[in-house]
Design a protein around this ligand. Structure first.
Ligand SMILES: CC(C)(COP(=O)(O)OP(=O)(O)OC[C@H]1O[C@@H](n2cnc3c(N)ncnc32)[C@H](O)[C@@H]1OP(=O)(O)O)[C@@H](O)C(=O)NCCC(=O)NCCS
Length: 186
């Protein structure tokens, strides 16, 4: 499988927007692909790459956790997983731990575009993100997911994740059990 992590790039931006539309079409929420949330970035009906790049930073700063809009992010690095022609997925590495990150987001967030699900890309992307986290001296990394997100749990476990605990949390309007894993980045 030929795919690599790159910083978000203008070259793949149309492909990234197609991936956002794929999420809309299946009515699935991925805050990393949320065109509705990006609406404020539109100028003349279109989102430009620069507006996205600057605006996404704002989005990473907040999320609704336990009913409150909370500061989630700390300095973070965003990567795209791409092949020669297409955008495949997105990953964020959050460099520092805060209470909100410990109780919700974890050090690493990720998503794969729906048309590329179930082809091993999620597992590969997390493996590459863990290497990048190690370069940032994050070890172990805290990686979290909803107990019901079987695919996400599998790819964390396939990358060596050890379950730390399951934390009852309320997010995106529902009560969930948040599985928190420690993953060695070496
Ligand atoms: C979670 C996600 C990243 C997985 O990506 P992916 O590319 O499909 O993952 P992989 O192909 O590497 O599959 C990993 C494992 O999950 C399994 N899997 C994939 N989709 C599944 C599903 N819907 N139900 C059950 N298992 C599933 C695969 O079969 C594989 O298991 P195996 O190794 O035993 O065969 C992807 O579904 C996604 O982007 N979801 C939306 C965003 C999201 O949930 N992000 C994570 C937030 S914590």
């Amino acid at each position: 499988m030929k795919a690599m992590l790159i910083p978000p790039s203008r070259k793949y931006f149309d492909s990234y927007l197609e991936a956002c539309h794929e999420y809309e079409q299946i009515n699935e929420h991925s805050f990393l692909h949320d065109l509705y949330e990006f609406a404020h970035l539109k100028r003349g009906g279109e989102i430009s790459f620069n507006a996205w790049k600057n605006g996404i930073i704002h989005q990473y700063y907040f999320d609704t956790i336990n009913g409150k809009y909370q500061m989630l992010s700390v300095p973070s690095t965003t990567f795209w997983l791409v092949d020669e022609t297409q955008y495949i997925g997105i990953g964020i590495i959050r460099h520092r731990m805060t209470k909100a990150i410990e109780e919700y987001g974890g050090n690493i967030g990720y998503a794969i575009r729906p048309t590329k699900w179930n082809q091993g890309y999620g597992t590969l992307q997390l493996k590459l993100l863990l290497k990048e986290a190690n370069k940032l001296k994050i070890n172990p990394a805290l990686v979290t997911c909803d107990e019901e997100n079987i695919a996400s749990k599998k790819l964390i476990e396939k990358n060596g994740g050890k379950l730390r605990d399951k934390l009852p949390t309320h997010t995106n309007g529902k009560d969930i059990l948040l599985c928190r894993y420690w993953v060695n980045t070496k």
